[in-house]
Design a protein around this ligand. Structure first.
Ligand code: MIG
Length: 811
């Protein structure tokens, strides 16, 4: 089916009036029927309302939900018909009213929070409208170009390999039909649970148009009313991220492609020699033998085991790319076994589907088949077992070169009649309904393989990097934003793109640092590293035929900047680990728009060029050539500038200096930054958990009012799911005479005792403090005049359950 140019298409007609209704599923579903369609309503225990206009195949509920292993609790409903309106009541505070012409209003404690109307259809397509208030902003929609607020355009969700993208590009690699509607009065959200091509028409000021080429118009409505609740509710339906292995939070280096294993070894050595922290090197497609997946080029990667061992000695891991295309080559064992086990995609008439990608003519696993996923998982497990740390899934839109005579237009954008997937041994589903979810199915299979191998490799936390995805991808993979370019515009665009991915439930995200196509200027590269280390996923990557793009490729001054910022990321690992764990529990993004923390601030909704890492570290990258200062918007409150020790006040804009080596950063009053020790690889931290030295060494605390819970665990196993982890809660308060820090450490008996005494660094104090006391006893402290820091160490290590009261008396 071709993408729509006219939305909704002109022949669309109304689904008509309600002719009858029926309550079933143990009183948990109400279904209204018109002469052409039926629409059912269910209400979840969390106040989420699920509306579904039935149409075509319900692939999300039939195939994706079982894959994600998500089960939802539905509430019993009470239905009150009254004249031409039905009222449906569930739980203590949800009511849905439905008029005879299918105008649906959702009320929370009596207040309307969703109004949906204009249910239409045209051929297999289905459409409706969600009423918007004029001030409401539209966020989310996954991986889209453009500014943070998505108002003003028609967006398509259709996984597409684009090169290069620009602000006017629509469909991208990810298809995330989810949106968050927010303004200072509150937030709400919506998930269009449909796997076909879907549409979000954001061009009208008073409604959001929703549509799908085929399949049901299935809407999960998240009432909020806070942004945090919206993300919690959305990730209840699609899942939250498991904790990644700690090394995946470290710095990563890639290029297309390091030519041979000798060069890969040299790259690792250079990082070590130059004292630049690094955890991962990526191998792009040229490591393979003729692009045959799960093989090694015998001339250039003669001895992978040796490479892995050599790199391991330097604390560097290998992640290899694996594309879905399998070379159509009868002498290739992977091809042969796939044929034998019947796991490849085909046409409805049974003929194999073949198309061209890197290896030439290829066949493609039909990851929808459970048997194909098992087959793939085994291949992955066998391949990584010698010590490959993770898998990079590219070309999984799926992207094709389009040389298939039967599919001249299949180059990743369109799909075609007759191409099918087999859900189980009998049920066939058209590629139209699977296309957007192909990467999700592949990621699930890859995850399973990594998990199997991890049990042997003492890993236990799979790492996948995926280019394409559908809701749920966050359960399996980190996502990078594909082939960007070494343009200032793409550095700038990475911020709103990754922020909106986070608001779409995908928190582990980042761009190719330095840009993929073209080569950055030294200045752009420096600015990109300065910003990039604060993204949840931090990796340099670049295209074939571009200049070298390692931290030292742009001269000594730039190298010094790269070293410094990559080192900052390593010092901040305890913060990253804490934020990932929060995301795992709640669905919160790691990198957050300003309005996440300051929802009352109307200006914050327009800020596309700054972000918060967690609650209180504001990052304001330099996004222009030649700029050595920029305007930074600071929301309400006091903000500490770590470069100068100055305190600035928001709300308002400040002109802030930013010489080449300095990115504007601000710490919010009441913030705690847990700071780890200096390391060159997370491998150096491996023994820390058992030795009771895990997590932060030092807590940086900005005077003010706030709460923080520092989280740490072993960084590699699944034990955290049994609560084998350490939490150190801190409540900070400050008045004219004293700063109070109440620390409550908690962990269970399986957790090793802490063996180190943490240090504290509290700031800023323009004058030296009068004294510092812990549980009433004075402790020695030091004060630095220039930055106003007060530092001191705890007299003894934290013990679970033993609260510590820290008081800093000051003038
Ligand atoms: O057609 O594997 O986005 O990161 O280096 C290009 C080669 C295929 C696209 C990925 C890019 C990767 C490249 N790939």
């Amino acid at each position: 089916m071709k993408p729509m140019t006219d939305f909704p298409p002109r022949p669309a007609v109304s689904v008509g009036h309600i002719e009858q209704f029926q309550v079933d599923d143990n009183n948990r579903r109400v279904t209204f029927t018109t002469n052409s369609h039926s629409l059912s309503i269910r209400i979840l225990s969390t106040g989420i309302v699920h509306l579904q206009l039935h149409n075509g195949e319900d692939i999300f509920h039939d195939l994706i939900r079982p894959l994600l292993e998500i089960s939802l609790q539905y509430l019993p409903l009470e239905v009150k018909p009254e004249n031409d309106t039905w009222s449906i009541l569930a739980g203590p505070d949800t009511t849905v009213t439905v008029t005879r012409n299918l105008e649906i209003t959702v009320l929370r404690t009596g207040t309307p929070c969703f109004y949906i109307s204009h249910w239409m259809y045209a051929g297999t397509g289905v459409f409706c409208r969600l009423h918007l208030t004029p001030k409401e902003r539209i966020f989310g929609l996954g991986e889209k170009t453009g500014a943070l607020d998505k108002r003003g355009k028609l967006y398509t969700q259709w996984t597409t390999d684009v090169h290069p993208h620009t602000p006017s590009t629509d469909a991208m690699y990810q298809a995330l039909p989810v949106t968050v509607l927010a303004d200072p009065t509150g937030s709400r959200g919506l998930f269009l649970a449909n796997t076909y091509r879907t549409y979000f028409d954001c061009r009208s000021s008073n409604f959001l148009g929703l549509g799908a080429d085929d399949g049901p118009l299935s809407l999960y409505l998240f009432p909020g009313p806070t942004l945090k609740q919206v993300l919690y509710q959305y990730t209840d339906v699609t899942g939250r991220i498991p904790l990644p292995p700690r090394w995946a939070l470290g710095f990563q280096q890639s290029r297309y492609s390091y030519p041979d294993q000798k060069r890969v070894g040299q790259i690792a050595e250079e990082f070590r020699k130059r004292k630049i922290p690094l955890d991962v090197i990526y191998l792009d497609i040229d490591y393979m033998d003729g692009y045959r997946i799960f093989t090694w080029n015998p001339n250039t990667f003669q001895n992978p085991a040796h490479l892995i061992e050599n790199l391991d000695g330097q604390g560097v891991r290998i992640v290899t790319i694996i594309d879905p295309g399998i070379k159509d080559d009868t002498s290739f064992p992977v091809y042969r076994s796939g044929i034998a086990e019947d796991v490849f995609m085909r046409y409805a008439n049974g003929e194999a589907f073949r198309s061209h990608v890197w290896p030439g003519q290829c066949v493609f696993p039909d990851f929808v088949r459970p048997s194909a996923r098992k087959w793939w998982a085994r291949l992955v497990a066998d391949f990584v077992r010698p010590g490959i740390a993770g898998i990079w899934n590219d070309m999984n839109e799926p992207a094709l070169f389009g040389a298939d005579p039967k599919n001249p237009t299949l180059g990743g954008f369109a799909n075609d009649a007759g191409l099918i997937h087999v859900a189980d041994d009998s049920r066939m589903v058209s590629h139209d309904g699977i296309h957007n979810t192909y990467a999700l199915f592949q990621a699930a299979a890859t995850y399973e393989g990594l998990f199997q191998a991890g049990v042997d490799n003492d890993g236990g936390r799979p790492f996948i990097l995926s280019r394409s995805g559908f809701p749920g991808i966050q359960k399996y993979a980190a996502v990078w934003t594909g082939d960007n370019s070494s343009w200032w515009e793409h550095l700038a665009m990475a911020i709103p793109m990754c922020l909106n991915l986070g608001l779409s439930g995908v928190p582990f995200v980042g761009p190719d640092i330095g840009g993929f196509f073209d080569s950055p200027t030294p200045e752009l590269f420096a600015r990109w590293i300065e910003a990039g280390v604060f993204f949840p996923f931090a990796r340099i990557h670049s295209d074939k035929g571009t200049l070298d793009q390692e931290p030292w490729s742009y001269g000594r001054d730039i190298e010094a900047i790269a070293r410094r910022y990559i080192s900052y990321r390593y010092r901040l690992l305890p913060l990253l680990e804490t934020l990932f764990e929060e995301s795992h529990r709640t669905g919160s993004p790691i990198m957050r728009p300003l309005f996440w923390e300051f929802p009352d601030d109307a200006v914050a909704y327009d800020i596309s060029d700054e972000f918060l890492l967690g609650r209180g570290l504001l990052v304001a990258p330099i996004l222009q050539s030649g700029a050595d200062q920029r305007l930074v918007y600071l929301p309400q409150g006091a903000w500490y500038d770590p470069w100068t020790g100055n305190v600035m006040r928001g709300p308002g804009h400040h002109l802030v200096p930013a010489p080449l080596h300095q990115i504007p950063l601000f710490l919010r009053a009441g913030t705690v930054l847990p700071i780890g020790r200096k390391v060159f690889s997370t491998k150096q931290l491996q023994g820390d958990w058992k030795a009771g030295r895990d997590g932060a060494d030092m807590f940086w605390i900005i005077r003010g009012h706030g709460k923080f819970v520092a989280y740490s665990d072993d960084g590699s196993s699944q034990d955290y799911s049994q609560d084998v982890c350490r939490r150190i809660e801190m409540a900070i308060d400050d008045d004219n005479h004293q700063t109070s820090i109440v620390v409550t450490p908690t962990w269970n008996k399986k957790v090793p005792n802490v063996t180190k005494s943490h240090r504290f660094c509290v700031m800023p104090y323009p004058e030296p403090p009068i004294n510092v006391r812990i549980n009433g006893s004075p402790v020695p402290w030091r004060w630095k005049a220039r930055t106003g820091l007060v530092t001191f160490a705890l007299p003894h290590p934290f013990q679970s359950g033993q609260r510590m009261d820290i008081l800093i008396e000051h003038t």
